[in-house]
Every structure is written in C-alpha cells, then in structure tokens.
Design a protein around this ligand. Sequence first.
Ligand code: SF4
Ligand code: SF4
Length: 282
Amino acid sequence: MTKDRIEMKRRDFLLGSAAGVVTAASAVSQAGCSKPFVPEEPHRYIDPAACIGCGDCVSLCPMGAIHLVEETSSIDPDECAECGVCSRSRICPADAIHPGKLAWPRTIREAFSNPLVVHEATGVRGRGSEGIKTNDVTDRYPRGSLGVFIELGRPALGTRFVDVERVVKKFTAHGHTLVSDNPVAGLINDPARGTLMPEVLKEKAISVLVEFILPESAVSALHTLLDELAAEVETVFSVGIALRAEPDGASRIEDLFGGEVFRLPNGKVNLGLAQDIAAKGA
Ligand code: SF4
Ligand code: SF4
C-alpha cells in the first residue's frame, strides 16, 4: 500500500487546513515503537524513531520551526531559537523532543530566548528589561536623561544578531554606547565601532533588547537615528523610552516627543522597593 505524503507546518495547523492530517497522524500507534540510539545533535531535535506523528508540537513552536512530514516531525535548526517551549510544555506523548548538546555560539540562542536560562554575562534570566520597569526606584535613568530600548524581533519572525549589530553600530556611530550590563554587551568585540563577534551574527533569537542612555537633548538626533535604522534592519523592532516621573507624578514624555507617543492603559507594577534611591536623595 502506498502512503499519502503528509506535510504540515505551523501555518497550516493554525489555519485548520491540516485538521484531517492531524487526526490521521494521531491514530498511528505508539505500540512497538522501540527507541534506538540517536546521536546527540548540536541543537534541539526530534528523534524520528520515537515520533508518532501526532503533530501536537507543530502549533506550539513560536518560531514555526517544527514541520510534520510523512508522519514524522522535525526541527529546522536554522529557524529554531532554542526557546525550550516544545520541551517545557511536555506536549510530546512519545518523549521524542531532545535538547541536544549546544555549543558556542549556538548557546546564545538559548540564553536570549529561554527565560529560564541565566545569561553568563549578566547573571540574570531574561532579556535585560528590568531597568525600564524599575526606574522610579533605581534611578537608572536620572532626570535629564532617557532610557532608550530597542526591541528587535517577535515570535514567528525573530531576529538574527546581524540586526542587533546594526543597532549597536548605529548608536555607537552617534556617540551612544550600549549600557554595560545589557546581555548584548558581552558579545561586542570592538566597542569603538559597536561590532559583535563575527561568529554570532547568523544566530537567531525570538527577540533581543538593547539599551542605551541618552541625554534629553538628544531627542531630535534619536529621531534621525531611528529613521536610518528602519531602512537597514531586516526584522521588526519597537522603541521604548524610560523617564523618571516628575516629583508630582507627571511624565515629560509628551513634552519631549509630542504626538509621536501613545499611551496604553498598562498597569504593570514592579516592586523594586526603593533599593538605593532614597540614599541618593533623588
Ligand atoms: S526550542 Fe522553541 S523554537 Fe526550537 S523547536 Fe522548540 S519551540 Fe520551536
Ligand atoms: S515530536 Fe512528539 S508531539 Fe511532535 S509530532 Fe512527534 S510525537 Fe507528536
């Protein structure tokens, strides 16, 4: 009996066009599925001998890196950001998804995309966004300065580090250096030019956040710089600005950026509990 070719990608799954395929694949029995030796891969991988082709992992991958072809799923290592969602979710009924044995420079995919992994450079988990959330108690960006965050990439699209380098080089060329405790700082090989280690440029993460501190007087230069970046960067990016609130609680964001900012009714609160701001008398 010839077997119909079964192929499903995340997009197909989300659109529902592969529903029949999922049902057919789920019916494949796990019985008798012995698990032969599979050599350790240098990236996350699916053991083809263990996979029963249920397709459950396909829709879960935020990067669309898992494809189901002829009743067996596999991970595209170039698109996989090593976020670990497919493993952490324990979605696989056959225990067929394996973390592999990651080595430098692939390890940076995991460091930037898996929130449970600690950055060796900073000793913290995550992308280094705490500064923007706790500024009113840490005074990281004192009055008269702007905390500027460029967030590159999003789930499904991601970002290569060549785009991260474009951002760091652009700010460096305008005289603004990356803050030293940002996770990207450990990847810079030439601080004067803002270039990253060449071996990391093709690596991919779901998103990367880079952070600079500019004087308030640089608002107009920031506009120019962002316009230039929009023409050069090959993924999506968003820009966040952190400012200290005024003593009466007001924000100067609209004074500085006019109608270009918009407000979201966002109620997120981080309890930094006044670390050393009182000591500074700020
Ligand atoms: S580690 Fe993340 S990106 Fe890679 S296959 Fe699993 S879910 Fe997809
Ligand atoms: S890897 Fe696991 S979850 Fe994914 S299709 Fe195979 S059996 Fe199903």
